[in-house]
Ligand binder design. Sequence first.
Ligand SMILES: [Zn+2]
Length: 260
Amino acid sequence: VRAARRWLALAAVVMLAGCTAASLPAAAPSPRLPDALLGPGATQVVVEVSAVDGRVPSTEVFQDITRELARITGKQVYVLKPTSVPEQGGDYRAKDLERIHRDTSFFAPEAGFLSGQRIVLHLLVLDGAMASDDTERMTLGRSLLHSGIVAMFPDGYRDAVTRVNGTWEPARDALDRYVLLHELGHCLGLVGNGVPMVRDHVAPGHPGHGNNPKSVMYYHPPMAPGARSVGAIPVGYDADDLDDLAAHRARLAAGAGPLG
Ligand SMILES: [Zn+2]
């Protein structure tokens, strides 16, 4: 029990790292990303993809993400053909992600994520891992909301397997989808991280993360650092998540100002 508890506590840090409201700078641009994505101002979401060779998620994963974002935001969503970028070496800190973003983005505005009525998200699919990772902590993805950056680190799970109908099968696609939906959930402000909760569903002690294991926003990722086999991988948002998003979208559509 003690070992299991320890694992839980350590693993919980994994997805939490850097993806809470606390990571937003004091002078965040206006509007904030969740309000831009859910509000009536912008009509388009463009997801620019810069990927290190061999790390690009499958076309099916991108199609799923496109459909889900369009459904939730009511906007036209375009995921652009991935652009190949050189290996970046890993050992990243947030400022490295900002630098890679500036160096490789073609569409992102000078500052922030808003260009007229277009929101530009920049997906970085990178080699290696965050500098904060070690044998007991692994960052699967990280979002920097003020710049519209979503980074993912598939090297940590590219060989993962999961049990499907009694046989072990590659989990890479399912984990790519899970990490993308989780990070986009942060961009959308889920679990009290920019969007108010209709019903409280935050996991105590894990701001920005939910208490339902069936939601991609669950605080506990489906794999342990260094493990090859993964547990059940959540496939989407749950009813609490979707109700929060719909309520905030309706609130903004009705002309309510963004929340302080
Ligand atoms: Zn997270």
